[in-house]
Design a protein around this ligand. Structure first.
Ligand code: ADP
Ligand code: MG
Ligand code: MG
Length: 252
């Protein structure tokens, strides 16, 4: 589904990703771990097409198409979802209205019919049930005064509603409480499906106590330096990223 080859990315004049190669198949959950400043968020941002990330070399194929040739909204419409590490608050804009607008914009871009309010509410109810969520967050302003856990639940709800093919979740390096971690993990587990892949970016192993990834990658100094199964995350937890540094080729 996703095939990244030799990706080099510059941010504000500095080369942050330096030859990153990664493949994700449909149905799989991949965790990307790595020390602070390794380029994990840069990877998520460049895949979503955010401004300020300059690709200088390499390719990204998504479902056989050149992802990098698409505008951000085209990427979203083609099924790429990036959950923001720090979700924006849009005070005064009703969350239900916001979600319906986002969903319909994507449907329109795909040439599908927009959902009217009855159809939309039906889908909202289905997704709330799948995630075991209440509708309380829907009546508030977008992320307005949401706690960390509420923002995460809202983000997972957005994901459920938009039904992306590739979901990229970038988790904060700190400050995610256990409530928020569980919301993310529960959502990922509930929304796993044979035609959907997840890229779960996380600094800490903790999250992986609740999500069992198929593949764990370590991103360090702008490239994937190690790939393994869930046991790799446990090794990192035990030995820290310093242990890994010794294993990266000298001079890198
Ligand atoms: P991680 O998510 O692994 O902690 P990031 O991708 O956020 O790492 O950042 C990688 C490096 O790129 C860091 O050195 C960071 O300072 C730098 N960087 C990221 N975004 C920007 C930006 N917008 N402007 C300047 N430097 C940036
Ligand atoms: Mg960071
Ligand atoms: Mg980050």
């Amino acid at each position: 589904m996703l095939k990244i080859e030799n990706l080099h990315v510059r941010v504000a004049g500095n080369e942050i990703l330096r030859g990153l190669t990664l493949e994700v198949a449909a149905g799989e959950v991949h965790a990307i771990m790595g020390p602070n400043g390794a380029g994990k968020s840069t990877l998520g941002n460049v895949l979503a097409g955010r401004e300020g990330y300059e690709v200088t070399e390499g390719t990204v194929e998504f479902d056989g198409h050149d992802l990098l040739a698409l505008a951000p909204e085209e990427r979203a419409a083609s099924g790429v979802f990036l959950a923001f590490q720090y979700p924006v608050e849009i005070a005064g804009v009703n969350n239900t209205y916001f979600l319906r607008t986002a969903l319909n914009a994507q449907r329109k871009a795909r040439g599908e019919e927009e959902l009217d309010s009855m159809q939309f509410l039906k889908r909202v109810r289905e997704k709330l049930a799948v995630l075991h969520l209440k509708d309380e967050l829907l009546h508030r302003g977008v992320n307005e005064g949401f706690s960390g856990g509420e923002k995460k639940r809202n983000e997972i709800f957005q994901l459920a509603l938009l039904e992306p093919r590739l979901a990229i979740l970038d988790e904060t390096d700190s400050g995610l409480d256990i409530d928020a971690l569980k919301a993310v993990a529960h959502g990922v587990n509930a929304l796993r499906s044979p035609d959907r892949a997840f890229l779960v970016i996380t600094h800490y192993q903790r999250l992986l106590d609740y999500i069992r990834p198929d593949v764990v990658h370590v991103l360090a100094e702008g490239r994937i330096v190690e790939t393994g199964g869930p046991e790799l995350a446990l090794e990192l937890e035990q030995h820290g990223y310093a242990w890994l540094k010794d294993r990266v080729a000298p001079g890198v």
